[in-house]
Design a protein around this ligand. Structure first.
Ligand code: PGA
Length: 273
């Protein structure tokens, strides 16, 4: 059995549709220097495709990984504006976000295409960060677990070989309640813990070992002010950070909490149930 201690925290910044060459350079150089001391957390950023080359140039030989925010479900061919897994692999990407709620909302991406994108990433040896989460309406209707279950179990539509490779390259699940993203109002810690444990339980039905080793990270208005109430919880293995990742001191503080959760007042695990 893998213990919780063996799951190193993972903190990934999602830059979304932000940045330009000049501002990125400042941000990337600052991250490269500011985050070097944090040895107990894996840090990364996912940025727009045109800047992957810049990230590769500046972050190579640092402890910070980089990745893309999506990947095409297609390998090659007449798919205008698509970017394949092999293309992002050419720029040294370690991670790719798949199924982000903004993609589901604005580009109508589904669980079915997310699973194909995951397969493309895995085949190119890029770790997918698979986003799941319920909308406000689904939350209000008490359908959270039903929605999450369908999203998570879609993973088991992957063929056995891909699933094996996905586990080998440490596929990550990000729980991001849609209503908490970019609102300044994160979900309550006990809700987050409950859903993360629920996700782990779903995976456990298929593979106990993978369930214990799987990193389930939280996203949705994670900030330096609330990191201590969320990151030390038993089933939270890091974060996917939007807004606060564009601010180096804020992102550094969150990474610091992830690296040393002991800096936080220990939250009694009995409070969580
Ligand atoms: P937020 O975004 O931190 O700005 O809420 C998180 C995300 O969309 O991944």
């Amino acid at each position: 059995m893998v213990s919780m201690e063996m799951r190193k925290q993972l903190m990934v910044g999602n830059w979304k549709l932000h940045g330009n060459l000049v501002e990125n350079e400042t941000l990337l150089l600052a991250l490269a220097t500011e985050l070097t001391q944090l040895d107990n957390v894996d840090c990364g950023i996912c940025l727009p495709y045109p800047y992957l080359f810049q990230a590769q140039k500046i972050l190579a030989d640092t402890r910070i990984a980089w990745g893309a925010q999506n990947v095409s479900q297609f390998l090659t061919g007449a798919y205008t504006a698509s970017v394949s897994a092999n293309m992002i692999a050419d720029f040294g990407c370690s991670y790719v976000i798949v199924g982000h709620s903004e993609r589901r909302t604005y580009s109508y991406e589904s669980n079915q295409t997310a699973v194909i994108r995951i397969k493309r990433a895995v085949d190119a040896a890029i770790t997918p960060i698979y986003c799941v989460g319920e909308t406000l309406q689904e939350h209000a209707a008490g359908q959270t677990k039903q929605i999450i279950e369908a999203q998570v179990l879609a993973l088991f539509d992957l063929d056995d070989r891909t699933l094996r490779h996905a586990k080998a390259i440490n596929l990550v699940i990000a729980y991001e309640p849609v209503w908490a993203i970019g609102t300044g109002y994160p979900a309550e810690p006990n809700h987050i813990q409950e859903i993360h444990a629920f996700i782990r339980g779903l995976i456990k039905q298929y593979d106990v070992y993978f369930a214990e080793k799987l990193r389930i990270i939280y996203g949705g208005s994670l900030t330096p002010d609330n990191a201590c109430s969320i990151l030390p919880l038993p089933d939270i293995d890091g974060g996917l950070v939007g807004h606060s990742a564009l601010n180096v001191p804020a992102f550094k503080k969150i990474c610091h909490v992830a690296s040393h959760t002991s800096v936080c007042e220990i939250i009694s695990k009995t409070e969580i149930n």
